[in-house]
Design a protein around this ligand. Structure first.
Ligand code: AHG
Ligand code: MN
Ligand code: MN
Ligand code: MN
Length: 326
């Protein structure tokens, strides 16, 4: 074989993105159908960002299968995403927090998507940062998979700026894209603004489900430890913003443990696994108290899990002090 063909046969190196490149340029190096699927999610989030600024966030006096009260904007975001995934033609199955079933979208298409259309609906009225979470799996099944099989994942932040932190198979690190929006149209474009590749040890903590500390003594001890060590508290109650800050600051820990009286709230398929994928691609660790959240098998679309994301040392501390007892 010629030298050239040997080079071609070598395993493809992980690609690094360039700051300033557009989403289209970034996606050009990926499988075209996966690129289409991811582009459909970005297009959805552009629409959702616009709706969040302008549409009602009233309650609708109805509840989803998880017992959460639904807002009009939860349902609007959900519909926008389902519609865009259908239009893409590359999504076999989709499932969301608001419709937690495996919904057939395009028979025979190569990918499936699970998503939380609007994360943080209980803080949208306060104008805090809310988000969207999504994961893309190959094939037409979501139940029975693990996060390990994900080929793309993203967390979208609707804050002072709209950004997506995206991770994909074959691309090193996690990548932030900024929505450049001229406010005169709903169709701004996305520009690569940051690459996240490592999370170091540092004293920043986001302790979710703090009420669990009441009857989970390991969690109570962990909180005492953070306080004694003078960790900086940074918790908004919106998982996407609370987790993404760990990548931006390059340090810290987010956790949402369980206790007998205050069970873990976060959903494996729509929240825990996709964010675990993004975090691990970005050099952070994840755990459910005993191991990476990417190894938890999705038994049903309604599964929930404890979770911790952050630096290696802090995730190890969570495993040691809180563990997986509940
Ligand atoms: P959602 O708005 O999608 O139902 O989920 C919100 C999640 C997450 O953002 C946050 O970390 C957690 O709920 C907070 O829960 P509590 O308000 O019950 O502590
Ligand atoms: Mn909800
Ligand atoms: Mn959520
Ligand atoms: Mn939600």
């Amino acid at each position: 074989t010629s030298r050239r063909s040997v080079v071609r046969a070598a395993p493809a190196a992980l690609r690094m993105a360039q700051s300033g490149e557009t989403l289209e340029e970034f996606l050009a190096g990926s499988d075209p159908k996966l690129a289409k699927c991811v582009a459909a999610m970005f297009a959805s989030c552009k629409e959702v960002a616009y709706k969040i600024r302008t549409a009602s966030c009233d309650k609708m006096a109805c509840f989803n299968d998880f017992g959460d009260e639904q807002l009009a904007i939860d349902m609007l975001a959900d519909k926008i995403i389902f519609d865009n995934l259908e239009a893409s033609g590359v999504v076999a199955t989709a499932s969301s927090e608001e419709v937690p079933k495996e919904v057939t979208i395009t028979a025979g298409a190569p990918y499936s998507v699970a998503f939380d259309p609007l994360d943080g609906s209980s803080i949208i009225d306060t104008n805090f940062t809310v988000g969207t979470i999504f994961g893309v799996w190959p094939g037409d099944k979501l139940v029975g998979t693990t996060g390990r099989e994900l080929v793309a994942g993203g967390m979208v932040l609707y804050g002072p700026r709209t950004t997506v932190t995206l991770a994909m198979d074959g691309v090193e690190g996690a990548h932030e894209f900024l929505l450049i929006d001229d406010f005169s149209s709903r169709h701004g474009s996305w520009v690569h603004t940051a690459t996240f590749t490592s999370v170091n040890e540092g004293k920043l903590y986001a302790p979710g489900n703090l009420r669990a500390a009441e009857d989970n003594p390991g969690y109570a001890d962990l909180i005492d430890y953070y306080r004694k060590e003078k960790f900086q508290l940074r918790y908004s109650g919106g998982m996407v913003g609370d987790v993404n800050q760990i990548l931006v600051k390059g340090k810290g820990v987010f956790c949402n443990p369980s206790s007998p009286s205050a069970k873990a709230k976060l959903r494996l398929l729509y929240e825990v696994a996709p964010i675990g994928y993004v975090m691990e691609k970005a050099g952070a660790k994840s755990s459910d108290g005993s191991g990476s959240v990417l190894d938890i098998k999705v038994q049903t679309t309604e599964d929930r899990s404890q979770v911790c994301y952050g630096s290696a040392g802090e995730v190890a501390r969570f495993e040691q002090m809180v563990g997986k007892k509940v």
